[in-house]
Ligand binder design. Structure first.
Ligand code: ZN
Length: 673
């Protein structure tokens, strides 16, 4: 599960950091901006102080994290690699006029392709509309000698069609009920004309053959399902299988990492290698169990086919990587929360029969990221909760992390951009957000992750899954409400986590404003709210607005023609959070599909077009890009007399150079796979 992968940009916009206080402006953190994107650099505080062995381990794991980049491009769309390489060849070798608007449009398009790991928007999944003509593209390409393009020559017509034909490959991921979701999604997880019903049958048969196994593997997770000569077969992503050239490189660096890792991590890395070598999903489970049980290694990582958000069938996983180490100071916060998990559960406002008698398996830490790769780069989640296999989560628990240096960089990049002056009406709210916003955000994330998702229990006979397509929105709402409710609890003051209720006030004001209004900046005109984290925030904010109306708990205020959201009574708002948590937990515990559907459809989906238009207008006037992503640091081994004596870190501030560099150094797959 990915955590709050999309909220951070806007939520973090209104806050500043209390922990580190150097006065820097946004400009020094933002390295590039184009279209709706800003690219930010992030720092890796504490890296220099790590012992040499851990630095070297990070170096090897970081190399492994960069080697799978092409896999994701190819997973997203079968012509993505050919398109990217064609554009890169033109970008590097074109000797004509680079001052004309068409060239600028072509450069912007390439930057977007790099950012989205393909020609579909990383968030909306819609195909990019080029702002240069096909004729211009063909002319520019024709000036470059054929030998520069090499094997790309044979794919040039396909590349042109994919970029310029508006009727083809319109979306990477179609989730509209009633359509053939495979035929209408242009990702590369299914090939050769596999239909949705064929894929469903294929995996239903596979599951049926394994029925009764209490430890089922994640069928289909690491393969493309292809129809060859009329027969369905899985092309497994492993050494010797699909994507082998990239996986061989990943394994090469993992083997190096295993030579410097200590137990139990060494054994875990070897399990991961065995999985990449065999493609056997049982090996993947073995690796995951070892990984989740390892709570002692300071350096940790994710590397593999992990999240299935990109597959409309929710089965195939995109390749991603992340290398990190513990942020000891911030970990104290989550340790205190975890130690008191039972107290929070016992005092939760849900019906007693739906509280957990014994809370277990909550391991949470705050980490510093050292490298992002695959589906975590350049856009990254700010937290991760893994593994995803239900039976492993139940038997062994899960590991939950929040990424502090990334949220810190988001904050820095947002500081001084005019957002709070534009959208926060009262000076007292602005001051509280400035002072406590980051702490409130961090604590809310910790409570959401460490406790919220793991809290509560189902009624006897309820299996989970009853809420179907409303399940993920309601699950996020449940975890968010748990966090919101406890953010304002006197217990947090008692535990020394916050100085006063003012932290909750900062968090509440920001949350409600975001849920009712500012998050709409991410929605295109005419569209409704689709993404489950966004739906959850809208659900909570709208429900509290309506149920607190008699007391004016939340109020819409219009001043000088502009709308603002104001919270008048923070204590009552907290009580409303508790009430809604009670109901959402009841819905989950009883599997009450109708009530869940009613909540989501009534409060979470429909956008008020007038409010939406106003937000978009005010947002664009500020010139703030709604999406953010990152450039990675660079690491270099320092070798003396044949021995590694140190690892140096540098912070490049050039997005284009990093992308072109990765294309040269870490591109191992053929154009078509
Ligand atoms: Zn969540």
């Amino acid at each position: 599960m990915r955590i709050l992968s999309v909220m951070c940009v806007i939520a973090a916009v209104a806050v500043a950091c209390g922990r580190r206080s150097e006065a820097e402006n946004e400009a020094s953190w933002i390295v590039d901006r184009f279209d709706d994107i800003k690219v930010i650099r992030y720092e890796v505080p504490g890296f220099e102080q790590l012992p040499l062995q851990e630095k070297v381990l990070i170096y090897y794991l970081s190399e492994a994290a960069k080697c799978g980049r092409d896999i994701l491009f190819d997973q997203n769309f079968k012509y993505n690699l050919a398109i990217r390489r064609t554009l890169e060849t033109i970008y590097e070798h074109y000797e004509g006029d680079r001052t004309v608007p068409e060239w600028a449009a072509l450069e912007k398009y390439l930057k977007k392709v790099w950012f989205a790991n393909g020609i579909h928007h990383h968030y909306s999944n819609d195909k990019f509309v080029p702002e240069f003509s096909e004729a211009y593209f063909r002319t520019v390409a024709s000036t470059i000698p054929d030998e520069r393009f090499g094997e790309l020559n044979g794919l040039f017509e396909e590349v042109c069609t994919a970029i310029f034909d508006p009727t083809l490959y319109k979306t990477r991921l179609n989730q509209a009920a009633g359509d053939d979701l495979i035929a209408t999604s242009s990702n590369n997880y299914y090939a050769g004309g596999v239909t949705q019903s064929e894929a469903e049958r294929f995996y239903a048969d596979m599951a049926a053959a394994d029925a009764g196994n209490p430890e089922p593997v994640s069928y289909g997770l690491n393969s493309q399902l292809a129809k060859v000569d009329g027969r369905l077969q899985e092309r497994v992503w492993k050494i010797g299988g699909m994507y082998s050239p990239a996986i061989e490189k990943i394994v090469y660096w993992l083997k190096k990492a295993a030579t410097v890792a200590e137990e139990p991590q060494k054994t875990n890395i070897e399990a991961l290698i065995a999985y990449y070598e065999t493609g056997d999903l049982k090996e993947f489970d073995r690796y995951n169990i070892g990984w989740v049980k390892d709570t002692v290694s300071n350096v940790d990582f994710v590397n593999g086919f992990i999240e299935d958000y990109g597959d409309p069938m929710g089965r195939k996983a995109s390749w991603e990587a992340n290398v990190n180490f513990m942020d000891r100071e911030a970990c104290h916060r989550t340790e205190v929360i975890s130690e008191n998990a039972q107290w929070f559960e016992d005092h939760s406002p849900v019906a007693p029969e739906y509280r957990k008698e014994k809370v277990k398996g909550v391991s949470a830490k705050v980490i510093t990221v050292a490298m992002l790769g695959g589906d975590c780069y350049p856009a990254t989640p700010i937290g991760i909760n893994l593994p995803n296999a239900d039976w492993i989560r139940k038997e062994y628990g899960s590991k939950s992390v929040t990424i502090d240096n990334i949220t810190y960089a988001y904050d820095k990049a947002a500081h001084g951009n005019g957002f709070d002056e534009e959208f926060v009406l009262r000076a007292e709210d602005r001051e509280r957000m400035e002072r406590y916003g980051k702490l409130a955000d961090d604590l809310h994330t910790d409570l959401h992750e460490c406790l919220g998702h793991g809290s509560g229990q189902l009624a006897p006979g309820v299996k989970g899954g009853e809420l179907k397509s409303y399940g993920s929105t309601l699950e996020e709402a449940r975890a968010d409400l748990f966090g919101l409710y406890y953010l304002g609890d006197p217990k947090l003051v008692e535990l020394g986590l916050v100085p006063s209720f003012d932290v909750a006030k900062a968090g509440y004001a920001n949350y409600i404003m975001n849920g009712l209004m500012t998050q709409l900046a991410r929605i295109e005109p005419g569209k409704q709210v689709e993404e489950s984290h966004m739906r959850n925030r809208k659900l909570i904010a709208e429900w509290c607005y309506e149920h607190g109306q008699a007391d004016k708990v939340i109020e819409w205020v219009v001043q000088e023609g502009k709308r603002y959201v104001v919270v008048n009574d923070f204590e009552k708002l907290r009580a409303l959070f508790g009430e809604l948590l009670h109901e959402v937990q009841r819905i989950k515990s009883e599997g009450d599909y109708e009530a869940g559907k009613e909540l989501v459809e009534r409060y979470a989906v429909k956008v008020d077009p007038a409010v939406h238009a106003e937000v978009l207008e005010r947002y664009s006037a500020l010139g703030i890009e709604p999406y953010g992503g990152f450039v990675n640091p660079e690491y270099e081994l320092v070798v003396q007399d044949g021995r590694i004596v140190d690892v140096k870190i540098a912070y490049p501030a050039n997005y284009v150079e990093q992308m072109l560099g990765y294309a040269k150094e870490y591109s191992f797959l053929p154009n078509r796979n």
